[in-house]
Design a protein around this ligand. Structure first.
Ligand SMILES: *Cc1c(COP(=O)(O)O)cnc(C)c1O
Length: 373
């Protein structure tokens, strides 16, 4: 699905040098690269505050911890996402309240949010899935009206532009109160281990989040609140500094792959290629199609026999996962999510794809669907 090796080889000199510098300095914890990456990432996003942390799941957990919520408070998010977004809600003894997604963008359907708001609702977590933003202006309207916090899960959309109705742009993760990022190796800005960051424009939240990721401490060995230990590793920060410089070119490479896929896979009755919404750029963390009137398992097996990987993001919606049964949801509660879980499939998408590979993948998809090449 991704080719991390070839990307590394392309930047090997710069990355090896960055790693060697950290080894030579032995500043393994909170070394200079962490602060430098923090500032460069903040400048890339055009926000005043970034707090590096250990991974994208921690970023979500710490973001929620910073809001001083009470057990039983409700947080609205979607069942069509990676588990982390709902997991952290549950871990903090908060209640995930789910809203179905929009069938085109795969992102939270703002039209479903307001009817879920109760006196206990405190926050909304839109997940910018696959590289494209949820409709933030609608979500911000609802949050203002009801006094709710908005935490953007930007794990799959680091660098995506949200496009406002007036044409203005802001980076994903910089519109709500807090944004969260993951630098998991396969993410668009991936390091060579775990990494994450928390993004905010709010000085008070920044102050609080900085303490939370550091055991709740602002002065060494004095603890103002209960925190966690969540740091971005210095080696990972050094790698991220190199890769951040190329992030926009990574997006362009992915967008070119997506355009080629679009052109080669269009007008095939069994396929719906990924929609592009007017309010967001798409950085194609995944290229995800909908398959209709064809057997997804057979397609997957056939492509596997041709050594083409296919992934299903996500095969079982979060509301139907065993660990979340006690939320009381059942099959039928989120028809769009359930239908997508049964029909979507993602094909290889990364910065090192060659036209012959794209050609080969499309050829075999068409052969399976008995379409002319
Ligand atoms: C990857 C991901 C996360 C978690 O990030 P980690 O760094 O793996 O903890 C959270 N939310 C979404 C939507 C993700 O894709």
């Amino acid at each position: 699905m991704v080719d991390l090796k070839r990307q590394y080889v392309r930047f090997r000199d710069e990355i090896d040098m960055a790693i060697q510098e950290v080894l030579d300095s032995t500043a393994f914890i909170n070394g200079p690269s962490v602060k430098a990456f923090r500032d460069e990432f903040a400048s890339y996003l055009d926000v005043p505050h970034v707090i590096p942390c250990a991974n994208g799941t921690d970023a979500l957990q710490v973001a929620l911890m910073a809001l001083d919520l009470q057990p039983g408070d409700e947080v609205i998010t979607t069942p069509f996402s990676f588990i982390a977004s709902i997991e952290v809600i549950k871990l903090l003894r908060l209640v995930p309240v789910l809203a179905d997604v929009d069938p085109r963008s795969f992102n939270i359907d703002p039209g479903q949010i307001e009817q879920l708001v109760t006196k206990k609702t405190k926050a909304i977590i839109p997940v910018h899935l696959f590289g494209q933003c949820a409709h933030m202006e609608s979500i911000e309207d609802i949050s203002r009206k009801h006094g709710l916090y908005v935490i953007e899960d930007t794990a799959q959309a680091v660098g995506t532009d949200y496009i406002f109705q007036d044409g203005g742009r802001k980076k994903a993760g910089t519109i709500g109160n807090i944004g969260t990022a993951s630098f998991f190796p396969s993410k668009n800005l991936g390091c060579y281990g775990d990494g994450g960051a928390i993004i905010t424009r709010d000085a008070a939240l920044h102050h609080k989040i900085q303490a939370i990721v550091n055991h709740g401490s602002r002065t060494k060995y004095y603890y103002d609140e209960v925190g966690v230990n969540s740091r971005l590793d210095t080696l990972q920060a050094a790698i991220l500094r190199v890769k951040l410089r190329y992030l926009d070119s990574f997006h362009e490479a992915r967008q070119k792959v997506a355009e080629t896929y679009d052109a080669k896979l269009r007008n095939i009755p069994q396929l719906i290629p990924p929609a592009r919404v007017s309010w967001s750029t798409h950085i194609f963390h995944q290229y995800t199609l909908i398959l209709q009137d064809a057997d997804r398992e057979q397609l997957r097996d056939y492509l596997k026999s041709k050594e083409i990987p296919v992934m299903i993001y996500y095969p079982l919606p979060l509301h139907l996962q065993d660990a979340y049964k006690d939320l009381g949801y059942r099959l039928g509660d989120f028809p769009v999510t359930e239908s997508l879980s049964g029909t979507v499939f993602s094909i290889p998408m990364h910065t090192e794809m060659e036209s012959e590979q794209i050609e080969y993948i499309c050829h075999h998809i068409k052969t399976f669907l008995k379409q002319d090449d």
